[in-house]
Design a protein around this ligand. Structure first.
Ligand SMILES: O=C(O)/C=C(\C=C(/O)C(=O)O)C(=O)O
Length: 304
């Protein structure tokens, strides 16, 4: 079956630069996806976008080029709750990839066990309206109750404006909760303004809540333009990510978000994204926790 990409779709960056920042040994790309290939793993009928293909082989080649050792592959909404492409990537990673799946309330215990065997260690609850249809909170709580005994966690993706309405639901979850992309803050607002302060307070008051300090390319208004010839970019996102890294050094994760779905104005050079890391995690200790210690504790606890 062939699929026509959403009009205007931006394909992932074909020839990413080698980062100047040398990743620590054992670094984990803790947020990335695989798309199909559609011929082998059809995209879900209920999807809100149709991407290009982005195979496990291409993901692992990027991993090696950038200097990562491991991946956490997150189910993309274009595959709905059909986790076959994700599982295929995990079982062909020689144990170097773990996964975050999307499941529905009717999934059997046997299928949950099979996902665990393949390397899945979490489920994703997506609240971004342009990506998914509404799922009742009671269904999500039921799923969370079923995956908690497996030692899994819940990854949540939402728009900042929706946090007030979602806060009580997040704090009721019986697992570790990992927030995608810092809850998508409006970086044109002050980093110590009421909006982001609300997110920081959520993490401060609930030590089971983590955040990915990812996707400057999605959040930035200043964009990828480097300053004075430096390779640094997305400078307006730095204060937000750096605040979380410095205040919660044991509860942050980083990932490329390759192959970068639904970007509209540019496609980032993944090597440039890696060079963004020292700006938000300015010391070797913070980099070690962000890139190795924290993701290993969450996804490979048996090896820690
Ligand atoms: O890749 C991301 O994390 C962000 C996006 C898409 C998804 O997460 C997805 O389709 O699962 C987005 O903002 O469009």
């Amino acid at each position: 079956m062939s699929f026509e990409k959403t009009p205007g779709w931006l394909d992932w960056f074909a020839n990413p630069s080698i980062p100047q920042f040398r990743l620590p040994a054992g670094a984990v790309d803790a947020h990335c996806h695989v798309f199909g290939p559609g011929e082998r793993f059809p995209f879900a009928p209920e999807r809100k976008y149709t991407p290009c293909d982005a195979s496990r082989e291409q993901l692992f080649a990027l991993r090696d080029r950038l200097g990562f050792a491991r991946n956490v592959v997150v189910q993309a909404t274009c595959h709905g709750a059909d986790n076959r492409a994700l599982v295929d990537a995990l079982v062909h990673s020689n144990g170097m990839a773990r996964g975050v799946a999307t499941v529905r309330r009717d999934i059997s215990d046997a299928d949950l066990q099979a996902l665990h065997q393949a390397g899945v260690r979490g489920v994703r609850f997506n609240f971004v309206k342009r990506l998914v249809d509404f799922t009742p909170k009671d269904e999500l709580l039921e799923i969370a109750g079923r995956i908690a005994p497996l030692g899994w966690h819940v990854v949540v993706y939402f728009e900042a404006a929706d946090l007030p309405e979602l806060r009580d639901f997040f704090t009721a979850l019986p697992t570790t909760v990992v927030v995608d992309h810092m809850g998508r803050p409006d970086v044109t607002k002050p980093v110590d303004g009421p909006e982001f302060e609300g997110f920081v307070r959520l993490m401060r008051e609930h030590t089971n809540i983590w955040s990915k300090v990812t996707c400057p390319e999605r959040l930035s208004v200043t964009g990828p333009r480097a300053l004075n010839g430096e390779r640094a970019a997305y400078r307006d996102v730095v204060p937000f990510a750096r605040r979380l890294v410095e205040e919660f050094p044991e509860r942050v994760l980083w990932g490329t978000d390759w192959p970068h779905p639904n970007l509209k104005d540019h496609m980032p050079d993944d090597g440039l994204l890696v060079d963004f890391i020292p700006q938000i995690a300015p010391t070797p200790d913070l980099q070690q926790k962000l890139l190795v210690g924290n993701p290993m504790r969450l996804y490979w606890p048996e090896e820690v």
